[in-house]
Ligand binder design. Structure first.
Ligand code: NAD
Ligand code: UD1
Length: 344
């Protein structure tokens, strides 16, 4: 079975390509490399000993996507391609709406044309409204997003629900399967240390910043606030290993193939970890020093955010397996082996 993976050269996409290939799927990647390097896909091939088909293209290029669907018998699409930096989305909202909405719309049109009915979408915990009680369930309230990036995910979820509903109403044949996977905080790397997260410039997210501090690329980790209403005053999140997350996509593909469904599903561990707990775990596992400095709160940050993960067990038969120590050890192996990320 052939799976089209948009954004397959990126952080989560490359790990998902590995899991798909190892589960016997044929993989076609469409990525314009705006936030990734071709080398990631070379390493996917090295890890798996298998080949995949790569198209360097913008997913908004409808003619090119049409050509890909003509050439390959795509049976399911996993749509990772998108822009994801929250701060940048505030500065460049139009670029974010254009990229994230139009990639999704283009894919829907091309899928409709070619009769492809299975769509697995990279959504995010960011679609949940602030003020929900924890843990977040799939029926917690959504919307009221604090930045354009979050709104693009919220809007894409709606576009996909509407497209699926229209397709089912219009045809007597089988309807669409749409799985809206709401990721919590993916971290870690493949255990080979060959692929991992390779952010451009100063990292926005906690784990890449910790890893770059541990390896000496950054002087000090800024800890954004220690006066939250949490056990140690620092922010609490639900971190999950990117390989677990990748396996969640394989489970989602299998579910999509079984029978039509339209479901939002949290992918998280259900465990909250604070910034200081993460620094401690990383220090213990790596043996490296991680100097840090308490700073003001980061605007837009929540005190706590973690998932109720049982719907994923029920619908996908998926549950996160890896521990916090695995997440730190694998991040550290990737960082040590690739102190400056992928070569150009
Ligand atoms: P990433 O930036 O590493 O990967 C995204 C990939 O999409 C990159 O390879 C980029 O080159 C490609 N891309 C972007 N726009 C494109 C376009 N128009 N056409 C073709 N390719 C394009 O990001 P990631 O962390 O792997 O995230 C993957 C998806 O998961 C994104 O949609 C992101 O919003 C979502 N997500 C990520 C996180 C996270 O913490 N990493 C959390 C929740 C949701
Ligand atoms: C961020 C995004 C969110 C996105 C998620 C994906 C913001 C406001 N939110 O969420 O939309 O879905 O990434 O992974 O950017 N921290 C530090 N020092 C740092 C970096 C982070 O103390 O240098 C703290 C943060 O304040 C937070 C925790 O670490 O408490 C996690 O931060 P981060 O990795 O950026 O993830 P989120 O804030 O959950």
């Amino acid at each position: 079975m052939t799976i089209l993976v948009t954004g397959g050269a990126g952080y989560i996409g490359s790990h998902t390509c590995v899991e798909l290939l190892e589960n016997g799927y044929d993989v076609v990647v469409a990525d314009n490399l705006c936030n990734s390097k071709r080398e990631a896909l070379e390493r996917v091939k090295r890890i798996t000993g298998q080949n995949l088909c790569f198209y360097e293209t913008d997913v908004r290029d409808e003619a090119k996507m049409d050509e890909i669907f003509q050439k390959h018998n795509v049976e399911c699409v996993i749509h990772f391609a998108g822009l994801k930096a929250v701060g940048e989305s505030v500065a460049k909202p139009l670029a974010y709406y254009d990229n994230n909405l139009n990639t999704t719309l283009t894919l829907c049109r091309v899928m409709q044309k070619h009769g492809v009915k299975r769509f697995v979408f990279s959504s995010s915990a960011t679609v949940y409204s602030a003020g929900n009680p924890m843990p977040l369930t799939e029926s917690s309230s959504t919307g009221g997003c604090s930045n354009p990036y979050g709104w693009t995910k919220y809007m894409c979820e709606q576009i996909l629900r509407d497209a699926a509903a229209a397709a089912s109403a219009a045809t007597a044949s089988e309807g669409w399967s749409v799985l809206l996977l709401r990721y919590f905080n993916p971290i870690g790397a493949h255990e080979s240390g060959l692929i991992g997260e390779d952010p451009l410039g100063i990292p926005n997210n906690l784990l890449p910043y910790i890893a770059q501090t541990a390896v000496g690329r950054r002087d000090k980790l800024p800890v954004y606030g220690n006066d939250y209403n949490t056990p140690d005053g620092t922010g609490v999140r639900d971190y999950l290993h990117v390989v677990d997350l990748a396996k969640g996509h394989v489970a989602a593909v299998k579910r999509a193939v079984q029978s039509p469904c339209v479901e939002a599903i949290n992918l998280g561990t259900g465990e909250g970890v604070s910034v200081l707990q993460m620094i401690e775990a990383f220090k213990r596992v790596s043996g490296a020093a991680i100097p840090y400095e308490i700073k003001d709160r980061r605007p837009g940050d929540l005190a706590v955010c973690w998932a109720e993960p049982s719907k994923a067990v029920q619908w996908l038969g998926w549950r996160a397996q890896k521990t916090l120590d695995d997440m730190c050890a694998d991040t550290w192996r990737w960082q040590k082996q690739n102190p400056n990320g992928y070569p150009l």
